[in-house]
Design a protein. Sequence first.
Lengths: 335, 335
Amino acid sequence: MTPAISPVPADSETPVLFADDLVKTYEVGGGLFSKGGTVRAVTGVSLKLAPRKTVAVVGESGSGKSTLGRMLALIEPPSAGHLAIDGIDVTGVDGHRLKMLRRSVQMVFQNPYGSLNPRQTIRKTLEEPLLVNTDQTPEERRAAALAMLAHVGLRPEHADRYPHMFSGGQRQRIAIARALMLHPKIIVLDEPVSALDVSVRAQVLNLLADLQEEFGLAYVFVSHDLSVVRHIADEVLVMYLGRVVERAPKEAIFADPRHPYTRALLSATPVADPTRKRERIVLTGELPSPFAPPPGCVFNPRCPIAFDRCRVEKPEPRGSATHVAACHAVEAETM
Amino acid sequence: MSLLEIENLTVEFETRSGHLFRAVDRVSLAVDEREIVSIVGESGSGKSVAMLAVMGLLPKTARVSADRLTFAGENLLGLSPSARRSLIGKDIAMIFQEPMSSLNPCFTVGFQIGEALATHLGLGRAARRARSIELLEQVGIPSPESRLDAFPHQLSGGMSQRVMIAMAISCSPKLLIADEPSTALDVTIQAQILDLLVRLRDEQDMALVLITHDMGVVAETAERVVVQYAGRQVEQATTIDLFRDPHHPYTAALLAALPERATGRRLPAIGGMVPGQWDRLAGCVFAPRCGFALPICSTEPPRRAGPELGRALCHTPLVAGRPVALDRSLDGVPA
């Protein structure tokens, strides 16, 4: 039997982001006549990210991928577990030190229409992080904002315009520029290109690749789009109902998916090749309610290969140091 | 004779400044019975507006003109409102991108499905209920009896889209227009919905027009494809031909920009963006972004190539990735 592995494999490069067994629960409901409940949005997620690397978090809505992204970006405090950014443990840190840590992680959101203040010019938007976090002079801030605009492929005359004067792709460039203003080490990208058209999407993905090289950034790329993930990621975490069901380097996930959910997700993703024979693993039903996750493996009600053990016993993540899947069937296969 | 015949459909909108904005520019399309045709394009390509014009769902500010717009031999342009009402929803039905906002939140699912049955088929209460249960079963909703009394907010996105489809097929339409039916849904649910639409096409002998921006969905579902750009139809071909050898530079660039077709770290993005209301050129609308553009492209509108070249709207359509001149007068391009 393969021994249970430690949650995060050791590797030579110092991680800029280290998460161990992160949990996020929310207390909900509890109205006048009903008892409240606890939703476990994220359960036991561990990851490690080196500079210039991209880890992709993949899953459907309700998988907890965005909650994980928000925890890593220090927007939501984890309910349990450890999170270290740049070697500094975030748990229990508050006040000034937390503010300093926040400079190292920035976030870019899905909807560039909603994430920019419509009443601020682009220059103001870009200067704001500097105004809040540094004691630079107005001239320095202005110069920094204009320089960053050029970095993301916009022109200096754009600086005094308002968000509504830009297209979706340009707004996403502005949101990326804003995230870069404090020269962070990590950027959490929550579905950054899913609201964009194909031709513009390619431009923004190229920009992200260029900026990663230039600034040595580490990306946490939250997405549901596997074709984009395949292009940009180094490592992939597949999440289902708050849990990581499979974690592997990109090549392994796409060439040798082990977890039945990963396989189903891959087979459901449309491929732009009409000659391809499709062998679709059809998942019946939908994501169960996170209030009452099914006993045993959370995926068992929709799993095409579930057997009795899956309905009672929770599978532990198992596999090699780099490729881990939480599934009884996989375990049986590799034993 | 085809089921739906559109010849040179043009839709213009009166803008506030009194100008006319041409959203759809001389689009032609014929849909045969039992055929799946996809209209693909980015935002602003006029793909939805063209189909809304067929349905007669455009606002009063729209001016619709066409050389021919017939459904099963009947002229849709000169149709009286009451004659149109008896056709729309019965023989032609449409489903939309956002199932959650397409359903009326104030009425139960059963009531909303029953409306079409009462209006078009004149069914009584009991017959409506029986038929509604049958329809919900057909679109794969578990325990349909209990779902009849559900309100839209009690349904997930995938379920809402199934209800929309049940409403659309309730009168056994000859043509179903699906406007981005799976875009707002998760991939595994998207696969279920697309499979459902294809299955219904087979069972119900209806034709399907699938509006989408996703080349993967096109490749897996459609038999024939129409590519639109900035209101114009730039190419039309069978799905196999279009993906094997795209003839219009826009189609070729769109396919090349897909992350799954990329070979290197950088994607071959299309520079610039879709032209807006004021910056459409006299010549070819794609010329400013086209890698093969010649001086003539920005001054003279291109002619349409023959069906062997995918009816490409281009001065120099591509054959195996290389431009060929339609006119011998073009210098430097092999004829």
